[in-house]
Design a protein around this ligand. Structure first.
Ligand code: NOJ
Length: 605
């Protein structure tokens, strides 16, 4: 039982990347809800004993794995090199108006050419593991094995894996971090089509065959929620489809089946020899009831989480979709006059095939929302994933939000989410596959004390969750480098290392958070207050010199750019003179002389 520490009158803002996608009947604009709240109700979760603000000094279990992550399209660049095929993200980013400032991942961090350099950054951090993804079209250009296998692509991942192992860094490989081969999208409609299950399985099987002697941790799909909702419902992500109310559910259904098939392939064919583990990485916010004494808010908050992580985790752990999804989407489909639910169903055979297909659960987590009940009328043609949930999302404006519009720092939500996972899915083995914070600052800032704070508080909540009994085995900071942030282009920087994207060599510079994260890793936690306070002081001391270095470098490149700008009109003017003006004038002269000559000759005759 606990007294909620919240007892205030405050302006709570409905502000979220995802709520802005709602049709105008919903919360499209940034409304400000002024709620007068005095929350004093009780709750009996053990994990709320600690005051939300308190800090827990202590260490993680021995063998806890610390890492950082990346994904292929976000960092590799080399989008058309060495026989790589097109992915849906190559095509989507090349369409005007899809990505902020029309940025693309064409060259990104040039990670494809920087294996050794990037591994030295990981060594600097003393990472235990590195999470990366394998680009499907880099090793199967059309996505179909019988068409072609690109050995040069395989060689790149071979080298990456070998170098990681030589440096005692465990590779964690994701098979699908959103870059579906474009051919599969064009031919079949991508994840809308059940045929993706077999194509994905073929690709995964090739990866097990070629890399499985060295890779022991496999993640089938990264954040299928985002693929389904942003790729097939709102169209903000590739492939950019807006199939509201149906597209996301269909895509998700096929992804769940694809995940299960790949797990079975590993289990039947490779596990005996390779002895690895296959999991999935699910991302989800925590949803906290606005009023914890209001049953409707409590239910709405649970629905929020069930429609997020539960959508995928419940079939995988229990064999079917969460009851609340079946009820809500089913009821709304009937009200819309549909004969069947927009949420697909699993046959009983499929249920047992999908159930239990997870050796470990990857959790990606960044932020939290307050949730309240809100009814949406389900008229004909107005369905959407968002209105199916019958809720509204709110944020507390006092929560820090240094970067992405949707990302508020709410560390206590992390502990709650981890405990939810423990309770719902019988305490599975968890690897945190993504957690971190971005910045949206125009000028360079390597002294990222807000990121230090975020990592400190979030990893501390994870430590509390472990003390609560949650089975968390590893943590992956997101991300190692600044990189292409999907529809936000390069405007949101999540990296521990700053990347200078204006320089074609894409040099990396450590932010202060590198120093801080390094200390958490080497102490395997937080030894005592005095030491931990020292870390922050030391981290911010070193960043000022790196900041100066980078500022000087930037001044140099700005000066070079200005020179190029001055130089450019001059050279193009001279090119015009030599290539257009000179030949035209000469031709005219010859013509005029000929005419004049003819005139003279005529007069002479
Ligand atoms: C989750 C995605 O998996 C990752 O690629 C992205 O960078 C983060 N969210 C931050 O938006």
């Amino acid at each position: 039982m606990y007294q909620s520490p919240l007892c205030f009158s405050s302006a709570w803002v409905i502000r979220d990347r995802r709520t802005t996608m709602l049709p105008c009947c919903a919360v499209r604009t940034c409304h400000v809800l002024v709620l007068v709240l005095c929350l004093s109700a009780a709750e009996d979760f053990d994990w709320t004993k600690n005051d939300r603000g308190s800090f827990y000094y202590g260490t993680f279990p021995a063998g806890f794995s610390w890492g950082a992550g990346s994904s292929a399209y976000q960092t590799e660049g080399a989008w058309d090199q060495d026989g790589k095929g097109l992915s849906i993200w190559d095509v989507f980013a090349h369409r005007k108006g899809k990505i902020l400032q029309n940025d693309t991942g064409d060259s990104s961090c040039q990670g494809y050419y920087k294996i050794k350099e990037d591994i030295s950054l990981m060594k600097e951090l003393k990472l235990d593991h590195y999470r990366f993804s394998i680009s499907w079209p880099r090793i199967m250009p059309t996505g179909i094995k019988s068409d072609h296998v690109n050995e040069k692509g395989i060689k790149y991942y071979d080298e990456l894996i070998d170098n990681l192992l030589e440096n005692k860094i465990t590779p964690i490989a994701t098979l699908y971090h959103w870059d579906l081969p474009q051919v599969l999208q064009e031919k079949y409609g991508g994840w809308q089509n059940i045929s993706m299950v077999n194509y994905f399985n073929e690709f995964a099987n090739l990866c097990f065959e070629r890399f499985g002697n060295r890779v022991k941790y496999w993640i089938t799909l990264n954040n299928p929620w985002s693929v389904a909702v942003e790729g097939y419902e709102t169209g903000e992500h590739a492939p950019g489809l807006k199939l509201r109310g149906t597209g996301a559910y269909r895509a998700a259904h096929h992804m769940i089946k694809a995940h299960a098939k790949v797990w079975h392939t590993y289990d039947n064919k490779w596990r005996g020899k390779q002895k690895g583990l296959v999991g999935i990485s699910l991302s989800g916010d925590w949803g906290e009831p606005v009023d914890i004494s209001n049953q409707k808010d409590i239910e709405a908050a649970e629905r929020y989480v069930q429609f997020y992580i539960g959508w995928f985790a419940t079939p995988i752990f229990h064999g079917d979709y969460p009851q609340v999804m079946k009820d809500f989407i089913g009821r709304k489909s009937t009200q819309q006059g549909l004969g069947t639910s927009r949420l697909p169903t699993f046959s009983s055979q499929e249920k047992s095939y999908v159930k239990g297909t997870c050796d470990f659960l990857g959790i990606g987590h960044f932020t939290t929302r307050y949730i309240t009940q809100k009814n949406y009328q389900s008229g004909h043609g107005s369905s959407s994933y968002f209105t199916d949930r019958d809720l509204a999302e709110l944020v507390d404006p006092r929560w820090p939000d240094p970067g992405s519009e949707w990302l508020y720092s709410v560390p206590w939500g992390f502990r709650r989410l981890l405990n939810f996972v423990k309770a719902q899915y019988r305490n599975p083995m968890i690897y945190v596959t993504e957690n971190g914070v971005s910045e949206k600052i125009m000028c360079t800032e390597l002294c990222d004390d807000w990121r230090i704070q975020y990592y400190k508080d979030y990893t501390n909540e994870m430590l509390k969750a472990i003390k609560d009994g949650v089975n968390v085995r590893g943590y992956t900071a997101w991300s190692l480098l600044d990189k292409f942030e999907w529809d936000e282009g390069y405007s949101e920087r999540f990296g521990l290392y700053y990347v200078d994207f204006r320089n074609k060599n894409k040099p990396r510079y450590p932010k202060a958070s590198v120093q801080y994260y390094k200390r958490i890793i080497s102490s395997n936690g937080f030894p005592n207050q005095r030491e931990v306070e020292n870390w922050k002081r030391k981290a911010t001391e070193t960043c000022s010199s790196s900041n100066q270095l980078l500022a000087a470098e930037e001044q140099r490149s700005t000066a070079a750019n200005i020179l190029r700008l001055i130089h450019d009109p001059l050279t193009s003017h001279m090119e015009m003179v030599t290539e257009v003006v000179v030949p035209t004038v000469c031709t005219l002269c010859i013509l005029l002389s000929a005419v004049f000559l003819m005139f003279l000759l005529r007069r002479h005759n």
